[in-house]
Design a protein around this ligand. Sequence first.
Ligand code: S3P
Length: 189
Amino acid sequence: MSTRPGGPSETTKSASVSGLRAVVLVGFMGAGKSSVGAALSRRLGWPFEDLDVRIQAREQRSIEQIFGQSGEAVFRQLEHAALRSLVGELGTSGKVVALGGGAFAQANNAALLEEAGLSTVFLDAPAEELFRRCQEQQLERPLRGDAKEFHRLYENRRPCYLRAGLRIETAGKDVEEVAGEAITRLGLR
Ligand code: S3P
């Protein structure tokens, strides 16, 4: 997905009018959760939060350090605790949230979001494209692995992502198009 500045002017509904307290973006590494989240935030006028940023701030360590020093199991505990606190803090004014790639594949996180009645949006793309985007981004991702491992993890997790309330195909679309589609399909316009 490519980005372009700005975007079409549009009139969107507030959280109180729409009845939505948050839009939660889920999907695999490279799905564009953070960039689409930022675009949605700007278009809706709702604050944006990336769950990985909250985890790093709480821990005062990078994701890479958490994985390296404490392992994935500890990371998942921290991730769940961070999501629980984020959901607990939600008011009625609306928020856009991007989860890390593994978060929605954890049953306790998916259950938490469902119990809270939050809208989940799966940003979908073929594994080849996701892997290519991750390679281009040069971001440190402890679970990326090589192409084969990446594909295997993607196949394992895909059924979990498909449980999200909405699935948006992102291949061949730019960030603004995806954000616009999310707004329309969530009934926020
Ligand atoms: C993870 C994805 C990462 C981050 C962590 C674990 C995963 O987030 O939460 O490295 O399990 O797929 P992104 O999807 O933003 O890369």
